[in-house]
Write a protein that binds this ligand. Sequence first.
Ligand code: ZN
Length: 390
Amino acid sequence: MEYLSRCMNQLKSNLDFNFHPRCEKLNITHLMFADDLLLFARADKISVKLLLDAFSKFSSASGLEANMDKSNIYFGGASVLDKTDILAGEKISEACLPFGYLGVPLSSKKMSYQQCKPLVDKILARAKVWSTKFLSYAGRLFLIKTILFGMQTFWCQIFILPKRIIKEVEAYCRCFLWTGDTAASKKALVAWDKLYLPRNSSSWSVDSFYMKGKNPLQVPTPGSVLGLLKRFSTIERLFYRLVDGTKLLLMGNIALVRLYTTDRLQAWGIQCTDKCVMCSVGKETVEHLFFDCCFSSTVWNKVLLQIGIHGSSTGFASELHKVVKRIRKTGVVDKLYVMCFTEAIYSIWLARNAVIFKRPTKSIENIAREILFRVCCRGSEELRSRLLHN
Ligand SMILES: [Zn+2]
């Protein structure tokens, strides 16, 4: 390759050779990376011939030859006459800009929608492969944040993407998150603009922002979600140490009152009964399900008894408040309380779904035992011995 550079550099002193207009100042005749070579010259027959002769000189010395089937010639601003003149003399076919290089199209102009479309297609193809597998919300969110948005970021580092492309990528990511597929067929649990916050706001966030015309240091967090975020990010950050991703997402949903409870389904105009399926008495809301309902309150009281707390549940908001307080503490009972609360919510939600979808249901006793069993498996030796001791 050293020799190739020397051959090319010799051209610079040849008075018959004309640089490409944009390369003259920089003294560039060629660029190479790995096994790819780009040669630059003004679009006149002599310059192109000299350039290719220099390469042939290198070929005959080294034995390395260019594959003409894979090589192309690109013109910019050349007249038709010059083009035909040059193409008649050489055995290289003409192609149009942009051409793909290292996974992105190379173009000297701002990228059009059509030129950026391969990015959307790539993301779509990737999401379609994953959609055949059974992934949890947490898993899908992770894939979006790391892989899909990583692909977009790679392009964003090189080009200014058209807004339409960014919107399309968002739309596919949104569908993929909520449906596991790339076709929209399901209501989103959380509005995209609430997911769509800077990464440090919440781990829900898919970090992307329209920065056009804004000072990056002064981009405001939407005021409507500030309070919510404050509450949610604290809960979530602290919970993260104790629970796994799927349950974390469920917790997040509940904190945002975003579960598909029948009151929400009815608000969307879906015909369904609003009675709680567990007790057939109350109206099914998050507050009722956790833990106003006689079913869930019995489960929760049994669990509380096992960790040595006597008393009955005091409603969802106050239970959540207690949990947030206990999260900050390091006592064994505090840790057990938080873990049991998370597992209880998860188990109660599964039990409620089992009734709706007519799957075999477990008794209250079994559900409480299952909650404690999972806490035992997940907890440290200290927590385990405390539970068993009680
Ligand atoms: Zn109920």
